[in-house]
Write a protein that binds this ligand. Structure first.
Ligand code: MOS
Length: 756
């Protein structure tokens, strides 16, 4: 089936010069896991069975935001039907002293303390034969607390903001150039404050863990974005060797960052399994996704932009305040993109945090750049208006030819082409710059745009490739597939390097016994594991080639390795393509055994010498009802510079998913905190609004597909997160263009528009 039939919005760019010469790899037109997903045979953590029947654990959460547990009366709960154990801080097995270390350090509460840091903190686990029995018994626990004053009003505590105790990717505060001079030189200024709300990831599959012990060995099925890190954190927290933990996760039903760390329920499931001596299944209920498993911090962002009359930005200042928990600092680096996105004489950025009685925040799709671009790209729209300059022109006027923050060259940057291509597809040149100038009957029409950007990350990874005697292949890598397409690109990359049809390649991931891969976070999986797979496949291919060279019966006998290529399951001589031999024949004549190789790759030395980022341009059209201010996003046109697009189907789908989330960020998404009691009042999918199909108009997503071969041999940068960046601002800027009303408090709901 042609790929374009699956993705009507997708068309390859043409006529754009390529930085590299590598042809696009042969693609798997259908998702590797499509059949398993649609037929329901794909199993998720909570659906697995242990060797013996599992029992069920239910997490009991604190009902106060701050203080300590005074007592727990568990008599009635313990006697309740089916109950096997009631585990509380008064009787929980003692774990070694907390040793929260990277990779994904999180301070988790696992019944080792009586102190309460937030409302919703796990305070007990009830284990019973069935889930209803566990829930029933949980309701019978009598817990008394000593309550203390809670810090829950973020906006009233901004004065207490302090620098983070731990740095993020980059220093929390940074200044470049002479800010005072630059700000006074710029005669056109924008100085505004933008706010973004608490948000909580809600993948289709909530967190779930199935755990059982075999002596000192722990077996775990867990829904995770990071097999290796999950294993390591479980082992360290429980005080057992990492090798004693076997973890499996063949499918992750979405993650978006919340499954990048190991949270309390995972440890509690293992602890409960130890206590009752049986396999324990622990799945979080939907409302439990708000609090104990992270979320996106709320932000207040102050931006100052100064420019000369010709639109040249002289100075930019971006000061961010986020909330954090009392247990641990998590920094949402919302000003990071402001350091690198536009050229300017001077730039000052800072991040501070306010301690709150809330659960630890964590990575949530494009942590930093999602809400950071929402603020910065709205401010840029305001500057364009003040300058009476076209918003695209303003961005081109301040185009950064190298990274202004690090002063390093880009590994590859084609943002200019993104503006051009998306602008043309959108019809931007027909825009009347005057706000509130386009009307269709009762609808106010607006066109807005913004820049998208996200860093290109890459980590060390390993993979195993095996060429089988039947000419098929196997690729194994301890990565994980969040529904993003990891299986698909694994099979594709191995097949492409081996010259074997990717449909004949079996891919296995999601098992801690496989070669180690990094977290599927920071948009790094494809860029990290594909080079390792490619390297493994290359070595496996060479091993078979060597067998053929040494084999008098082979047409390749005596050939030199450099002359051997592979295609359609055969090795052949480049100098004489008629001379060929199939993998299957070579292997059957030479011992009849599969041949395998391990590939191990890491970022090249170049990675520190260059700045590696992806870019994009997002254009949005909205229709706003002139009376009700109901906003309809009619269409979004976006073009991205993400290096090589490894797979059209899964890649474009990821970008589209990010854009849909960006629309939700702009219009819908917000966790409403009860600032007296400290729980989120809309902790369910009925009241936590996210876009549905009816909220998303036409999406036209294209990529330039220009390989970034300085970043990695495949030229591919990650694409998991960039789609959400820029989108919220593009929608907000379109709403301003439609109505003349600027809402700086996301989400842009109709009450805010009506009262503006
Ligand atoms: Mo992503 S927020 O790095 O899982």
């Amino acid at each position: 089936m042609p790929i374009t039939a699956l993705n009507p919005g997708q068309q390859k760019a043409s006529g754009i010069a390529s930085d590299g010469a590598k042809p696009a790899p042969k693609q798997l037109a259908m998702r590797y896991d499509a059949r398993a997903k649609v037929t329901g045979t794909a199993k998720y953590a909570g659906e697995f069975r242990a060797p013996t029947d599992a029992v069920y654990a239910f997490v009991v959460q604190s009902t106060i935001p701050s203080g300590s547990i005074a007592s727990i009366d568990q008599a009635a709960a313990t006697k309740s039907s089916g109950v096997l154990a009631v585990i509380t801080p008064f009787n929980a097995p003692k774990l070694p002293p907390a040793n929260p270390q990277p990779p994904a350090r999180r301070h988790i509460t696992v019944l080792q303390e009586r102190e309460i840091f937030y409302n919703g903190q796990p305070v007990a686990v009830v284990v019973a034969r069935s889930l209803p029995e566990a829930i029933q018994a949980a309701s019978l626990l009598r817990i008394t607390y000593r309550q203390t004053a809670a810090k829950l009003r973020f906006r009233e505590r901004l004065g207490e903001a302090r620098p983070p105790k731990f740095p993020g990717r980059e220093p929390a505060a940074q200044t470049r150039g002479d800010m005072a001079a630059a700000m006074s030189k710029g005669t056109v200024r924008v100085e505004q404050t933008y706010t973004t709300p608490y948000q909580h990831h809600n993948p289709m599959e909530p967190h779930a863990t199935l755990a059982w012990w075999e002596g000192g060995k722990l077996n775990v099925y867990d829904s995770t974005q990071y097999i290796a890190g999950d294993c390591m954190t479980i082992a360290r927290t429980l005080g057992i060797p990492t090798d004693n933990v076997h973890l499996e996760c063949p499918y992750t039903g979405g993650g978006f960052g919340c499954k990048g760390s190991t949270w309390s329920h995972v440890i509690l499931a293992a602890m409960a399994a130890k206590v009752v001596g049986k396999p324990v299944k622990l799945a979080l209920e939907r409302p439990q996704m708000w609090g104990p498993v992270g979320g996106r911090p709320t932000t207040v962002q102050q931006i100052k932009l100064a420019a000369t009359q010709d639109g040249k930005i002289t100075g930019v200042q971006h000061d961010v305040i986020v909330h954090t928990s009392l247990m641990e600092d998590f920094l949402e680096p919302s000003a990071d993109q402001t350091r690198m996105l536009y050229a300017s004489e001077a730039c000052a950025t800072s991040h501070k945090m306010v301690d709150m009685n809330l659960g630890v925040a964590t990575f949530m799709r494009a942590p930093g750049e999602s809400n950071g671009t929402a603020a910065l790209e709205t401010a840029m729209d305001e500057l364009a208006l003040a300058l009476k300059m076209d918003p695209v022109q303003l961005r081109l006027t301040n185009y950064a030819e190298k990274d202004p923050g690090s002063d390093k060259p880009w590994s590859s940057k084609h943002l200019r082409e993104c503006y051009e291509q998306a602008g043309e597809r959108f019809g931007w040149s027909k825009r009347n710059p005057q706000p509130a100038s386009m009307r269709e009957g009762n609808k106010l029409i607006g066109w807005g745009m913004a820049t998208a950007t996200y860093p290109a990350n890459r980590s060390a990874a390993q993979a195993l490739v095996r060429i089988l005697t039947n000419g098929h292949a196997f690729v194994g890598c301890g990565s994980q597939d969040l529904g993003t397409g990891t299986y698909t690109i694994m099979a594709q990359t191995a097949g492409d390097t081996l010259g074997i049809d990717p449909r004949l390649v079996e891919a296995k991931l999601g098992d801690s016994t496989l070669p180690k891969a990094p977290a599927s976070g920071g948009s790094q999986s494809a860029a990290s594991i594909c080079p390792a797979i490619s390297a493994a496949a290359m070595q496996a291919k060479l091993k078979v080639a060597q067998l053929a060279i040494n084999d008098p019966e082979s047409p390749l006998h005596g050939a030199i390795v450099a002359d051997i290529s592979a295609s359609d399951g055969r090795l052949f001589l480049s100098s004489s393509p008629g001379s060929s031999d199939s993998y299957a024949d070579i292997l059957s004549r030479n011992g009849g055994k599969a041949v395998e190789a391990l590939g191990s790759t890491e970022p090249g030395e170049d990675s520190t010498a260059m700045s590696t980022h992806s870019f994009g341009a997002v254009f949005a059209e909205v229709a706003v009802d002139a009376e009700t201010y109901m906003v309809e996003v009619r269409r979004i046109v976006a073009t991205y510079d993400i290096g090589t697009l490894i797979n059209d189907t899964t890649g474009i789908n990821q970008l589209e998913g990010g854009i849909v989330w960006g629309v939700g960020f702009a219009l819908h998404e917000e966790s409403h905190l009860d600032e007296t009691y400290g729980r989120y009042v809309n902790a369910n999918l009925a009241e936590y609004h996210v876009p549905v199909n009816a909220d998303i108009g036409k999406l036209d997503v294209t990529v330039l597909n220009i390989p970034d071969i300085k970043f990695n041999p495949l030229g591919a940068r990650g694409i998991g997160e960039i789609g959400i960046t820029g989108t919220a601002a593009a929608v907000g800027n379109a709403i301003f263009h439609a109505t003349g009303k600027r809402i700086r408090n996301f989400p842009i709901t109709l009450d805010k528009l009506m009262n503006a």
